[in-house]
Design a protein around this ligand. Structure first.
Ligand SMILES: [Zn+2]
Length: 139
C-alpha cells in the first residue's frame, strides 16, 4: 500500500501548489516548507495536474482557475520581459525570457490537459480551452 503524499496532506498545500506553478524551484519549496525535495518533485509530477482534474467541487474549481490564471499572468509577464530585453538588445535576457516562456508553455499545456474532459484532449480542443481561459483571465 502506498503512503499518502506528504505535500497533498501538508497544511500549506495551496501555497506549495502556487509556488510550484509560479516556477519556484522544488529545492526552494522543500527548504521553505520543511519537506524533502523528492516529495515535492513527486507531488509536482503526479498530483499537481491531478488536483485540477478533481475540479468538480466548487472550491477546487476556484483553486484550479486560480492556478491557471496565475500561469497565464506569468506568461504575459515573461512575454513583456522578452519584448523589453529585445528592445534593450539584451541577448542574455532574451534567452532567459524565452526559457521561461517555454517552461510556462509546458506547464499550461499540462494544466489544460488535466482539465480537459476525457477523450476531448485533441490539440484543437486544448487550443479552444486555452482561448476561453485566457478570455476569462484577461485583465
Ligand atoms: Zn501530492
Amino acid at each position: 500500500m502506498s503512503r499518502a503524499c506528504s505535500i497533498c496532506t501538508h497544511r500549506d498545500r495551496h501555497a506549495i501548489d502556487r509556488a510550484l506553478v509560479s516556477g519556484t524551484a522544488n529545492r526552494r519549496v522543500a527548504a521553505h516548507c520543511g519537506v524533502n525535495e523528492a516529495s515535492v518533485r513527486r507531488h509536482a509530477a503526479r498530483h499537481l495536474p491531478g488536483a485540477l482534474v478533481k475540479a468538480s467541487v466548487v472550491e477546487e474549481v476556484a483553486r484550479a482557475d486560480d492556478l491557471l490564471g496565475l500561469a497565464h499572468r506569468l506568461q504575459r509577464e515573461a512575454l513583456a520581459v522578452l519584448e523589453q530585453a529585445k528592445a534593450d538588445g539584451n541577448l542574455a535576457g532574451v534567452l532567459q525570457a524565452i526559457d521561461r516562456l517555454q517552461k510556462g508553455t509546458v506547464l499550461l499545456a499540462n494544466l489544460l490537459a488535466a482539465q480537459a474532459p476525457s477523450g476531448a484532449a485533441t490539440f484543437a480542443d486544448l487550443a479552444r480551452l486555452a482561448t476561453q481561459r485566457q478570455d476569462r483571465h484577461a485583465p
